[in-house]
Structure formats: C-alpha cells, structure tokens
Design a binder for this molecule. Structure first.
Ligand code: CDP
Ligand code: CDP
Length: 229
C-alpha cells in the first residue's frame, strides 16, 4: 500500500507520517529531508543554489542516504550524519530554490519511487500525490493556518535543539515565502491532487490527525478487500 501526505511547511506531515508508519510497520520516507540534503550538499561544495548541473554532479559524488536508527530517521551524505544540519534556518531559506531545479527533482523522484517500490510506504512532501506516487491508494493534503504553523515550527526548532533568534513573525514570513515559491514553481508545484482528502489541522491535535488518516487507510483497505472478493 502507498500513502501520500502532502501540504505546506509545518502542517504536521512528518510528525503524523512517522507515527502511522510505526503503527502499521510501513516504511516512512521524508522527501523534504532529501531536498534539504541537496541544499546542504550545494552549500558544502560552495555552489550557487541555482547551479543545476553543479549541484547534480555534487549529489552524485556525495550521495544521499536515509537510514532508520533506533526508530529515528537519519540523513547521511558523504558518510556524515547531516540530520541536524538540514533543519537549520539557512537551509530552510534556500531549499525552495534548489528544489525548483527540474533535474534535481527528476533525480529525487527516481530515488523516491525506487524506495517506495519495495514495501508498504508512507511518504510525505509536496508532490507525492500528484507526481511521485500518482496511484497511491490514500492521498492526504494537510493544511493549517500560517500562524499556527509558525508557532509549531518555533517549538519544533527548540525541541530539536536548533538555535534560532527568529521571532514567530519572522518564521511566519519565511514559511509564507517558501509556500509561495513551492506552489508557483514550474515543475511539480505544491498542489492538492484531485483525489486527495484535505484535512485542516489548525485546531486538531496530533492524535486526532493520526486517527483521521488511519480511518482513511482502513477505508481504502476495505474497498481493496471487497474488490478482490
Ligand atoms: O518540514 P517542512 O515542511 O518545512 O519542509 P520539508 O518537508 O522538509 O521540505 C523542505 C522543502 O523541500 C520544501 O519547502 C520544498 O521546497 C521541498 N520539497 C519539495 O519540493 N518536494 C517534496 N516532495 C518535498 C519537499
Ligand atoms: O512535516 P511538516 O513540516 O508538515 O510538519 P511537522 O514537522 O510534522 O510539524 C511541525 C510541528 O508541529 C511539530 O513540532 C509537531 O509536533 C507540531 N504539530 C502540532 O503541534 N499539531 C499537529 N496537529 C501537527 C503537528
């Protein structure tokens, strides 16, 4: 089974996807972490964030690997754990430029499909339901107000131990700018798939969102079972 979770920054995608993956023993794939890793690689090689061929070559050299260690998702590149580095405000501010590069997207999409081909999977990102896994049995589009997403992001940075002197207003502005870029790029923009279910998480707890998605997965499984009877 394939479950696709898309939506804007800090809508709660990765938090709920991780919980559901654990409950159902599905593989969880954080595609945002992959684009963040591309951005770290570009920075480490001293490349301009618009240098498509240079970035592509650097990704080929360093590689990107997602690993699960003690139930935690880790991102490795060039043999180094970059899981904390990919979340810094500097990388957040530049990831949308890198993720808009068509050839970088092509490479990541191929990798994502390869990973998803082997097992039951829950994948989160921006273009999973529309481009990466268009045949996913369950597609969810998570949204929430920009203010609540900024408040969540601030708390999240603190909890991850990432130092930031940004105020909630600045974070809200950054998030809005990133959402704009992600929604307006030419290739695979952030967009609700026609057959995705939209869930507004503004006043929902994490458990409520998880339950909502689990009920959609159950529904879809029942439909599948009935159709094979
Ligand atoms: O965690 P947050 O919602 O801030 O973002 P993320 O999921 O880590 O994604 C970081 C960035 O990667 C997004 O702002 C997009 O520019 C890009 N991205 C993308 O283009 N396509 C995806 N499938 C996932 C992320
Ligand atoms: O993956 P995405 O950027 O969509 O969001 P996230 O990293 O899963 O969620 C950002 C923060 O919001 C996390 O600290 C979550 O614990 C929190 N959150 C929440 O407070 N209420 C929800 N319903 C969902 C997430």
């Amino acid at each position: 089974m394939q479950v696709a979770i898309d939506g804007p920054a800090s809508a709660g995608k990765s938090t709920v996807a991780k919980i559901i993956a654990k409950k159902l023993s599905f593989l969880y794939i954080d595609t945002g972490a992959m684009y963040r890793a591309c951005t770290v690689i570009a920075r480490n090689h001293g490349l301009d964030y618009g240098d498509e061929s240079g970035i592509l070559k650097a990704i080929g050299q360093d590689g990107i690997e997602l690993k699960s260690e003690n139930g935690e998702q880790k991102v490795y590149s060039a043999g180094k754990d970059i899981s904390v580095e990919i979340r810094t405000p500097e990388i957040s501010a530049n990831v949308s430029q890198v993720s808009a590069l068509p050839k970088v997207r092509e490479k990541m999409t191929t990798l994502q499909r390869q990973m998803a081909g082997k097992t039951d999977v829950i994948m989160d990102g921006r273009d999973i339901g529309t481009t990466v896994l268009p045949d996913a049995e369950v597609k969810i589009f998570l949204v929430a107000s920009a203010r609540s997403r900024a408040e969540r992001r601030l708390l999240d940075l603190k909890q991850r131990g990432i130092k930031s002197d940004q105020t909630v207003d600045q974070i809200e502005k950054d998030i809005a700018a990133r959402d704009y870029k992600d929604s307006h790029r030419k290739v695979s923009p952030l967009k609700k798939a026609d057959d995705a279910i939209e869930v507004d998480t503004t006043s929902m707890t994490i458990d409520q969102v998880v339950d909502r998605i689990l009920s959609e997965i159950k529904k879809s499984k029942k439909i599948e079972e009935n159709s094979t009877k």
